[in-house]
Design a protein around this ligand. Structure first.
Ligand code: FES
Ligand SMILES: [Fe+2]
Length: 402
């Protein structure tokens, strides 16, 4: 049945109303990545609701990009480890006896059980709970109980499978795929090259080493991961409407948006006159800096306060956002003030959560296909959509070539 007959059959007037019936190439191709910001639309609604797009993004966006996986402050000593999951891939990060931090797929080479099962901890070796195989902190297979007599089994070939790992200050990033997708190898870049010297230099001058991790909070949202990122990247557009407290400390009309190659810096001068009291007490300084790194990591800085947001896709319409809060002073005396600051962040997050879920419901409606972008505010969102398009299109092009 062709599309037009199917459309008539369904009694629908627009092809976009039945995105599941369109092939992936058509859905990806329906976004015009070359349009300038004043001509551009958002990516189509189907990108937020179609499970095939979600699977494509797992491969092409999350499988190939640098992903935040752990904080170096979680791994001070040899044997310290952190486990995580990146779009369903179990990962373990561990500091070896030689002090080197390495990343591995947390998947036993025997029958695929997770080797390390705690979120974080300390171990002298990595021992699989299923049949007791053991691996060194460097990932080599060491112990294989009751396994003598197995032919053609090379222990050296059966260490934990490594992932690429690189650190940026306190942040440890991994990359799942070493470029196995045919003819995409040229897109492999080191973390430093991906960040770029401009961003690295900007962060050097921020002296983030003076800030110390305080607390982690997690939030689950019933929306596609990109809804949360879009919301973050709207250049403060929603702030006066949704976040009255935050709005009271920002100079909204002088908010700036600057795009790098793979990042966006949204920044606002801060004001004290008229600041709402809980927010004004804990959001101070000359400027608020909101950095987004493609595709899913944000760093928010005020004076003496920073939080990072990691956006973790769980399903096409389900997302976890992990907030790590850092402060200059994490002593017991500063605890109350720090908790008040976290509470202000939590209130803002709750306001964002409700609107993100509203947007997800709207994206599923036949009454919406795509929207236009504010030239003044939404350049960051435009960059996000262009980068997504490039990665997604590389996936559909590779599938066509195969
Ligand atoms: S699955 Fe790990 S020892 Fe068998
Ligand atoms: Fe917000």
């Amino acid at each position: 049945m062709n599309i037009s007959r199917l459309t008539a059959f369904a009694g629908l007037s627009q092809l976009e109303s039945i995105p599941m019936m369109l092939d992936l190439e058509t859905i990806i191709g329906s976004y015009d990545a070359k349009a300038q910001l004043d001509q551009a639309s958002t990516i189509p609604a189907a990108w937020y609701t179609d499970k095939r797009i979600f699977e494509l993004e797992k491969q092409m966006v999350f499988g190939r990009s640098w992903q935040f996986a752990a904080r170096a402050d979680q791994l001070p000593e040899p044997g310290d480890f952190v486990t995580t999951d990146i779009v369903g891939e179990p990962i373990v990060i561990v500091r070896g006896s030689d002090q080197v931090v390495r990343g591995f797929f947390n998947v036993c080479r025997h029958h695929a059980a997770a080797v390390m099962t705690e979120p974080a901890g300390h171990a002298n070796q990595m021992r699989c709970p299923y049949h007791g195989w053991t691996y060194s902190l460097e990932g080599e297979l060491k112990g294989t109980p009751d396994f003598s007599g197995v032919c053609n089994f090379d222990r050296e070939e059966n260490g934990l499978a490594p992932v690429e790992l690189s650190a940026w200050g306190n942040w440890v990033f991994v990359r799942l795929e070493g470029g196995q997708v045919r003819h995409l190898n040229e897109s492999r870049v080191s973390l430093d090259d991906f960040l770029g010297t401009d961003l690295i230099n900007q962060f050097q001058s921020l002296n983030l080493g003076n800030l110390h991790w305080f607390e982690r909070r997690r939030y689950i949202l019933n929306c596609n991961w990109k809804v949360f990122v879009d919301n973050y990247l709207d250049g403060g557009y929603h702030v006066p409407h949704l976040h009255k407290g935050l709005d009271s400390v920002l100079d909204y009309s002088n908010y700036t948006i600057e795009n790098g190659e793979h990042f966006c810096l949204q920044s606002s001068p801060m004001v004290t006159a008229g600041a709402e009291s809980p927010t004004g007490a804990v959001r101070t300084g000359r400027r608020a800096l909101y950095y987004w790194l493609y595709p899913n990591f944000m760093i928010n800085c005020y004076e003496g306060v920073m939080d990072t947001n990691l956006v973790r896709p769980l399903a096409v319409d389900r997302t976890e956002v992990v907030f790590d809060f850092y402060f200059a002073d994490v002593s017991e005396q500063a605890r109350e003030r720090n908790l008040a600051s976290v509470d202000v962040g939590e209130r803002i997050q709750q306001e964002d959560l409700d609107i993100c879920e509203s947007v997800q419901r709207g994206l599923k409606s036949r009454g919406y296909t795509a929207g236009r972008l504010s030239v003044r505010r939404e350049a960051g969102e435009h960059l996000f959509h262009q980068l997504l398009h490039a990665d997604s299109k590389a996936g559909t092009d590779a599938a066509v070539d195969r």
